[in-house]
Design a protein around this ligand. Structure first.
Ligand SMILES: Nc1ncnc2c1ncn2[C@@H]1O[C@H](COP(=O)(O)OP(=O)(O)O)[C@@H](O)[C@H]1O
Ligand SMILES: [Mg+2]
Length: 674
């Protein structure tokens, strides 16, 4: 028996040989068909490749000097090899160097020569640096910067080389080709973190910080949150919207392009930095986010227990008199009632105005601020007042539905909750479609009154804002919010799939003009024409918007615009996705585990009186003829989401700005270290 076993079983050596054979086959599969090393280029199949290195720097460099190269629209790998060195060695060397320079100076003086500024500068630089090294304010880094260029033709490669050389040469940063070391050059710029060229200069912390490549435009700042990846150069778009002229943002894209996803991601990241986020959510999309961050989530419906009384008066903001508070409240109420009753004639508007004042007066609420703590009247009270006024019959009739009829529960009760901190979501999905604009207006009004009475950093998101934009009164209200938001430390985010509706309305345009931050994701061909006109898009940008995948588009901040890709980490994606397949998988996972996970909570059970209820795992309810959500397109992005593309920089570069107190555009001296 052992004899058989021996012959059938492969020996250890055989196994190893097989494994080696298999792995060499794998290498064959991924290796290029040809690889020719020439003195000044490498040819990989049809591609010509050349590596260049920086061999000298000027005495002064502006921060961000690499940006022309980083933003150069060609295929290129840039590699930076940075290693800290022991400062003590340099301090000793520099002392000697300084001694030599000083003695030269003395000799020149003795000979009666005029002062030599070059010598003085060198001595001064060394002196400063020595002191800074000694006190630990600066460190010295061995730094190698290599560029590898790729082109399909040798002439193109030569042109490219000249372009890079001259663009850096203009800054007095001199480069050379790594002649006879092209292979080592290529290896040093591949993302392995190995430096085979080993051509480096010693830079101090300040000088090194100027090489930080991600300051390509104002879209990268030191503060704020990550919005996405700059598709031009793979740098990060880091931004604090509260640093802009105003903190408002508009998001336009066709349905399913990733608008809500982008905004949820921003909300999640802003919450981490202590910004409150309030969302008006027509699709129940923010619920999972709310439960993941421990926020409050109110589902408004005719049966819901949470009530808002539109007659509540806000606390007076600083500098506001009781008269202003009351007057604003009356104007806002008139707007709300106009939407409820389907518009007001000028006569009705005048009557209503008077009636509202009278209603407040009946509860002893006047322009005296001390009376504002009295219990607020209800819609019922207004109706009673109107009933006794001539010319208000039709108005009363149209209002009755909200006081006594089927909608009475929602609008005719005292407010019974407070706005919390952190995340607060208001869902209106269970509200009848005709009531949605009213519901949204009422919530906005409530939220706005809370915002004004306590100053905090907040973001207010109105998803599907076109619901409000279709009525003159609510559109005007949104505009007035956008205009006044900055004063109350509020960033208003408006999201819309209906670009034309919003842009054709005067108020919609005004909201846009009052939003410093604009995000455009995938557009339909009709919408893109309108946007091109409004945003002055180039042909390239137009094309980009038409061809975008989910989560891709243009990001405008003030006057800057870049192509953006919105990427979430795996954990973030789990919280904010609305991909039915993912939600279902999460739910099945929960069922298998036997306990509901905290992150993705199951949908609410259907309510009897909610005709617009749809099963939670469905694509967003289409309140208009929306194109179906292209779920399949979301898959490739989410699968790559945990690994956002990386620029091919070597490891320690991230730490440079942390140590360097350099501010952008500051000029940094390069010490004369040899
Ligand atoms: N940047 C992104 N990465 C991965 N998946 C995304 C991204 N943006 C959107 N999605 C997915 O695409 C689908 C539609 O996104 P959503 O934000 O609901 O679209 P919209 O609000 O524009 O209608 C969702 O399933 C969402 O999970
Ligand atoms: Mg959406």
């Amino acid at each position: 028996m052992p004899l058989f076993a021996k012959t059938n079983q492969p020996s250890e050596r055989q196994v190893q040989q097989r494994v080696e054979k298999a792995s060499s086959e794998l290498l064959d599969a991924i290796a290029p068909a040809s690889f020719v090393i020439n003195p000044n280029f490498v040819q990989i199949n049809e591609l010509y490749v050349r590596t260049m290195f920086v061999y000298s720097y000027p005495r002064y460099l502006n921060s961000n000097w690499m940006s022309p190269v980083v933003n150069f629209d060609v295929v290129m790998d840039i590699s930076m090899h940075i290693a800290p060195l022991d400062s003590r060695i340099f301090i000793g060397q520099m002392r000697k160097q300084q001694g030599k320079l000083e003695s030269s100076r003395q000799i020149e003086q003795e000979k009666g020569f005029v002062r030599n500024p070059e010598l003085d500068t060198a001595i001064g630089d060394i002196d400063t640096l020595r002191e800074e090294l000694q006190t630990g304010q600066q460190r010295i880094f061995k730094t190698g910067i290599y560029f590898t260029l790729y082109a399909k033709k040798l002439e193109d490669l030569n042109t490219l080389t000249d372009q890079i050389e001259s663009s850096l040469g203009g800054l007095l940063v001199n480069t050379k080709q790594s002649i006879f070391q092209m292979e080592q050059g290529l290896n040093s710029t591949l993302p392995f973190g190995i430096d085979q060229l080993n051509i480096s200069k010693n830079l101090d912390t300040n000088s090194l910080s100027t090489t930080f490549p991600f300051v390509s435009s104002t879209l990268t700042s030191n503060e704020g949150i990550l919005y996405g990846i700059n598709r031009h150069n793979n740098s990060l778009i880091l931004f604090d919207r509260f640093k802009l002229e105003n903190a408002n943002m508009v998001v336009f894209a066709k349905s399913g392009a990733g608008k809500s996803y982008a905004v949820k991601l921003e909300a999640l990241r802003s919450l981490m930095l202590g910004t409150d986020v309030i969302v008006i959510d027509p699709e129940n999309e923010y619920k999972a986010l709310s439960s993941a961050v421990g926020g409050s989530y109110f589902e408004m419906s005719l049966n819901s227990e949470k009530r808002i009384n539109p007659f509540d008066l806000p606390k007076a903001a600083q500098g506001e008199t009781g008269d202003i508070v009351l007057r604003t409240a009356v104007a806002d109420l008139t707007g709300l009632i106009a939407i409820m009753v389907g518009g007001l004639s000028p006569e009705e508007s005048a009557i209503l105005d008077k009636a509202i004042y009278e209603t407040y007066a009946l509860r002893d609420i006047t322009s005296d601020i001390r009376t504002h703590t009295n219990p607020s009247p209800l819609l019922q009270d207004l109706r009673n007042v109107l009933q006794n006024m001539s010319g208000a019959q039709s108005l009363v009739q149209r209002l009755t539905k909200y006081t006594d009829g089927s909608f009475a529960g929602l609008f005719n009760q005292p407010t019974n909750f407070e706005l919390d901190r952190g995340f607060v979501g208001f869902s209106i999905r269970n509200l009848e479609e005709q009531l949605r604009p009213v519901g949204m207006y009422m919530i906005l009004n409530y939220v706005w009154s809370k915002i004004r009475s306590e100053l905090r950093k907040r973001i207010l998101v109105i998803d599907e804002v076109w619901i409000l934009m279709q009525y003159e009164d609510s559109a005007r209200y949104v505009y007035s919010l956008a205009k006044r938001a900055r004063k109350y430390y509020l960033g208003l985010t408006t999201i819309s799939q209906d670009v034309e509706d919003v842009l054709n309305s005067q108020q919609g345009r005004a909201v846009l003009n009052n939003s410093s931050l604009q995000v455009l994701l995938k557009q339909s061909p009709t919408a893109v024409e309108k946007l091109t006109e409004v945003f002055n898009l180039t042909e390239g940008e137009k094309f980009l918007l038409l061809e975008s995948n989910v989560g891709e588009g243009l990001f405008f901040a003030g006057t800057n615009h870049v192509a953006i890709q919105i990427v979430a980490s795996y954990a973030e994606d789990q919280i904010i996705t609305t991909d039915p397949a993912q939600l279902l998988a999460a739910r099945q996972g929960e069922a298998a585990a036997g306990a509901p996970s905290q992150v993705i909570s199951p949908g609410t059970p259907p309510q009897a009186n909610a005709p617009s209820q749809i099963p939670p795992a469905q694509p967003p309810a289409s309140t208009q003829a929306a194109t179906p959500t292209p779920q399949s397109t979301s898959t490739p992005i989410s699968s790559t989401a945990p690994n956002p593309p990386q620029a091919t920089t070597s490891v320690p570069i991230q730490s440079a700005p942390a140590q360097a107190p350099a501010t952008p555009n500051q000029t940094q001296p390069i010490p004369p270290i040899k």
